[in-house]
Design a protein around this ligand. Structure first.
Ligand SMILES: C[S@@+](CC[C@H](N)C(=O)[O-])C[C@H]1O[C@@H](n2cnc3c(N)ncnc32)[C@H](O)[C@@H]1O
Length: 204
């Protein structure tokens, strides 16, 4: 089947102008990403829909929230998912964080050969960011499950203030209202017929 770099209607306004950069990232993922083990072997269409389009929805959420927060951290970024597509379509400063130095070296090589001055990569333990950072946006795709994150947040309520966590989620779940944070789930299409879920957690 031929590869179609489709963008669902919800993403056209901010993605169509950045298609060339998104396609370069797609090329890098399907060649270097697979060769270096950053991602496992997948079809071109899967890489586009599941890694790139899915990542763009993280930006759509932030756009709709109209937040004044501008510092973005992609925790457990792996191959730069979702931080690189997010940084391509956004002016926010995005830091890609992963505990594995080899992943950071590969990401730095990609960032150095593409014009993406708002994106940087850092080898660090994501725990430290969850513990200490305030006034920030955190993106997490397939890093830790929502319930584990909520447990960690409960432990660090005194330092973790005014943060937004945008975290991929596996299935439909009820909206939760808690005293300390608010959790809301969003459901969206990554192509014509496949839905995905992202939870938005606001720490007050
Ligand atoms: C399942 S991969 C997900 C990668 C990417 N976000 C995605 O959606 O494809 C999890 C990533 O988290 C990284 N990781 C695991 N523990 C970490 C930690 N404590 N701090 C930062 N990164 C961590 C791993 O090295 C790996 O790259």
């Amino acid at each position: 089947m031929s590869f179609n770099p489709q963008i669902p209607d919800w993403g056209k306004s901010f993605s169509d102008n950045n298609l060339e950069k998104l396609l370069s990232y797609h090329n890098w993922l399907k060649d270097t990403g697979i060769k270096t083990g950053l991602i496992s072997s997948k079809s071109d269409q899967f890489i586009w829909d599941e890694f790139i389009v899915h990542s763009l929805y993280f930006y759509k959420i932030i756009l709709d929230l109209n937040t004044s927060l501008t510092n973005v951290y992609d925790l457990g970024t792996g191959a730069g998912i979702p931080g690189i597509p997010y940084g391509i379509v956004s002016d926010n400063k995005v830091q890609l964080v992963d505990i594995k130095q080899t992943r950071i070296f590969e990401l730095e090589r990609f960032l150095n050969t593409n014009e993406l001055p708002n994106i940087t990569a850092l080898k660090a333990d994501a725990e430290l960011f969850i513990k200490n950072q305030d006034n920030s946006i955190f993106l997490m795709r397939c890093y830790i499950p929502k319930d584990d994150l909520i447990e960690k947040l409960k432990k660090h309520m005194f330092t973790n203030k005014n943060n937004l966590f945008i975290i991929s989620s596996k299935s439909d779940s009820k909206e939760l209202n808690k005293d300390l944070f608010h959790v809301k789930q969003q459901k969206f299409l990554i192509n014509q017929d496949e839905y995905r879920f992202i939870d938005v957690i606001t720490v007050k």
